[in-house]
Design a binder for this molecule. Structure first.
Ligand SMILES: CC(C)(COP(=O)(O)OP(=O)(O)OC[C@H]1O[C@@H](n2cnc3c(N)ncnc32)[C@H](O)[C@@H]1OP(=O)(O)O)[C@@H](O)C(=O)NCCC(=O)NCCS
Length: 244
């Protein structure tokens, strides 16, 4: 039985790699990888990163197989010029799109029908040089907002902007080819997150919806989805151990 994915639904699937240590299960993850993925897996220097990579592959492959009757090992992907992966369309009977993000201690993928989607998660324990980075990568308004906050609130707001900006560029699929200073977010309590664009971006705020989540004490997530028809999306979040 495959899972239904209604139009207008975004399904989020989260796995916490530190909770996954059963050797038999990890061996079954290894058997899902294609040759390219195996090579990449072997190249990681640190065991922690190798483990995170393996869990990521298992999460995306097993999650896609919840929706389409295909063995997790049989999924194949194509990549755009900036590295954004999509499933090879011939494989699925529905237009499934996905995006994934991984950070220290958490892997997340989002599944949707048709629409451009981007997700980003970050480990907020990572201590960045907040204001310095904001000056380089954030819009003027974002950097000013951060600057005006008391120091105790700056780190959290920094990660809010960071994840939202990443989710947007990942939904566009263009990575850092997009000028990060030419779009900015407005975050206010109890209001949906809003985006604004410099005219040079030639994008329309009305086409975008964003969500923020805090999946654990240390993690923050942002999701961006594009709809030119103003479809209102609903999020459904699941925590899993892949293949269990
Ligand atoms: C590559 C990039 C798309 C995301 O990188 P990241 O935040 O380090 O990594 P994440 O874990 O969130 O996402 C990586 C996954 O996104 C997917 N991905 C790769 N290229 C992508 C692209 N162009 N668009 C969307 N998704 C992409 C892949 O599935 C990748 O995982 P995989 O390689 O294990 O399959 C890109 O945005 C980048 O290089 N960012 C650098 C960080 C930065 O300077 N951000 C500034 C924010 S203010």
């Amino acid at each position: 039985m495959t899972l239904e994915l209604p139009t207008g639904s975004i399904h989020l699937w989260l796995a916490f790699p530190d909770e996954i240590n059963d050797e038999a299960l990890l061996s079954s993850y290894g058997r899902l990888l294609n040759e390219e993925e195996k090579k990449r897996w072997q190249r990681f220097h640190f065991a922690r990163h190798r483990h995170q990579y393996l869990v990521t592959r298992a999460l995306i492959r097993s999650t896609l197989s919840r929706y389409v009757d295909i063995d997790p090992a049989d999924w194949r992907f194509s990549f755009n010029n900036h590295g954004k992966p999509e499933i090879l369309s011939a494989l699925a009977d529905k237009p499934i799109r996905f995006n994934l993000s991984h950070t220290n201690g958490l892997v997340m993928c989002a599944i949707v029908l048709e629409n451009d989607i981007g997700v980003d998660i970050e480990d907020m324990q990572r201590k960045p040089a907040t204001l310095d980075i904001a000056g380089h990568f954030f819009s003027r308004q974002e950097a000013e907002d951060l600057h005006n906050l008391p120091e105790s609130g700056q780190s959290r707001r920094f990660f809010e902007y960071w994840t939202l900006k990443e989710a947007y560029i990942k939904a566009r699929g263009m990575g850092l080819a997009l000028p990060l200073k030419q779009f900015g977010f407005m975050i206010s309590e109890n209001q949906p997150v809003q985006i604004s664009f410099d005219p040079r971006m030639e994008d329309n705020p009305a086409h975008w919806q964003f969500w923020q989540l805090w999946p654990s004490e240390n993690h923050i997530a942002a999701i961006a989805v594009k709809s030119e028809t103003n479809m209102k999306f609903q999020l459904l979040m699941n925590k899993v151990i892949p293949l269990q």
